[in-house]
Design a binder for this molecule. Structure first.
Ligand code: NAD
Length: 367
């Protein structure tokens, strides 16, 4: 019992569900963290080694992200302990069985995450009529294809201009991870006058102070090749992206890429956290002391979940973009004004904003 309640605090989790279907060797966990603002939205991750703690932390991160974005949704997360590369037929059966197991957990809406995708969400939707991140053919807005999160990052960058010494026109941008988030962030930022001077992926880094062509890089990635195969520029190792001379640095790959051991090699004035938890708390503190503005993940990378929520409520792609713009503009500004007024870090301001919204939503509930 104590094991299950060790993460409990004044916000959640509301429910922790363990699923076991021996016939399919299906083992899964669902954490519905908080539903004060509305049914929880959060991804379903398929990974062989997942712990309850990881699931809880991911669910809490969704509570904070959805509250900070001002969505009528709480946060949750699910994990299926399995190899995502299993044969497709077996994967379909596993996901469909998982969907049936959560049929009556009506305050949890599933979305895609690592190891699952829009096809998996279509199976869940087919079983129980409740999922987001669906294929276009059944009313979905393909958020990675349209660049929902990258668009939100560009909006956050526009707002940040009033709070740091960076102007988007002519700003040098470096992007770590040229995937769904990174390439669209580069596309929307260059459309606003910025210059992409460096990009990386799991194979290495390409640098060209004169500028890289975003479309050409995206075309390389679409062919399954690496950004280092780009025609002109200096090719460096994967980690070199951290020390590239630039104005805006965007981590859009993996967690914990900037820690106290490499934070001082970062030479940007503005960091916009596209990935989830890319900068460790100590490194974030260090950036703040150095006067580098680092915009926290759950405020600036909420474009994807905002798009999913618009989809869930029957909205169109253009409404999704309008909503991302409105919410990320408003929330980034509110966070940065609090930072200035209360003399706190952006993370402290963002966490305060999200917690305040969750607590206020909880006051409207009977239980
Ligand atoms: P993706 O798989 O489309 O792209 C990831 C890219 O990062 C790939 O190009 C890969 O080669 C590269 N990469 C992997 N390891 C790397 C490394 N060590 N150094 C440099 N590049 C590396 O994934 P994505 O959807 O763009 O997501 C990126 C990150 O953003 C993830 O942490 C994800 O959880 C987070 N995120 C995504 C969304 C979304 O809407 N897709 C929303 C919020 C947060």
């Amino acid at each position: 019992m104590n094991e299950l309640f060790k993460f409990a605090d004044d916000i959640g989790p509301a429910k922790v569900i363990a699923i076991h279907e021996p016939k399919l060797a299906l083992r899964a966990l669902v954490v519905v963290d908080n539903v004060a603002a509305g049914p929880a939205i959060g991804g379903c991750r398929m990974e062989p080694d997942v712990t309850l703690e990881e699931c809880f932390r991911l669910a809490r991160a969704m509570t904070m992200k959805n509250a900070a974005a001002g969505l009528p949704h709480g946060g949750g997360k699910s994990v299926i302990a399995a190899d995502p590369a299993m044969p497709l037929e077996r994967k379909e059966l596993t996901i469909r069985a998982f969907a049936q197991a959560i049929r009556d957990v009506r305050d949890y809406i599933v979305g895609p995450d690592m190891g699952t995708n829009e096809r998996a969400m279509a199976w869940v939707h087919d079983e129980i009529g409740r999922a987001v991140g669906l294929p276009r053919e059944i009313g979905g807005i393909p958020l990675d294809e349209v660049g929902a999160t990258g668009f939100g990052i560009a909006i956050a960058a526009e707002v940040a201009q009033d709070f740091c010494d960076v102007r988007l026109a002519g700003a040098r941008v470096a992007v770590q991870g040229f995937g769904a988030v990174g390439k669209h962030a580069a596309r929307f930022l260059t459309a606003r006058g910025a210059v992409l001077v460096a990009a990386s992926d799991s194979s290495g880094t390409i640098v060209n102070p004169k500028g890289l062509d975003v479309q050409a890089l995206a075309a390389l990635k679409a062919e399954g090749r690496s950004v280092v195969e780009y025609a002109s520029g200096e090719r460096l190792g994967r980690e070199a992206i951290v020390g590239v001379e630039c104005d805006i640095w965007i981590p859009a790959a993996r967690p914990d890429v900037v820690t106290i051991s490499n934070v001082d090699s970062l030479r940007a004035k503005l960091v916009i956290q596209g990935a989830n938890i890319p900068v460790s708390p100590e490194a974030e503190q260090r950036l703040h002391q150095r006067g580098v503005l680092s915009l926290p993940d759950f405020i600036v990378n909420a474009g994807g979940v905002i798009c999913a929520a618009v989809e869930y409520h029957g909205g169109t792609q253009s409404l999704a973009f309008q909503t991302i713009e409105e919410k990320i503009r408003e929330n980034t500004r509110a966070m940065l004004e609090t930072m200035r007024q209360r003399k706190v870090s952006p993370r402290e301001a963002a966490t305060g904003l999200a917690r305040e919204r969750v607590t206020r939503a909880m006051e409207y509930r009977r239980f």
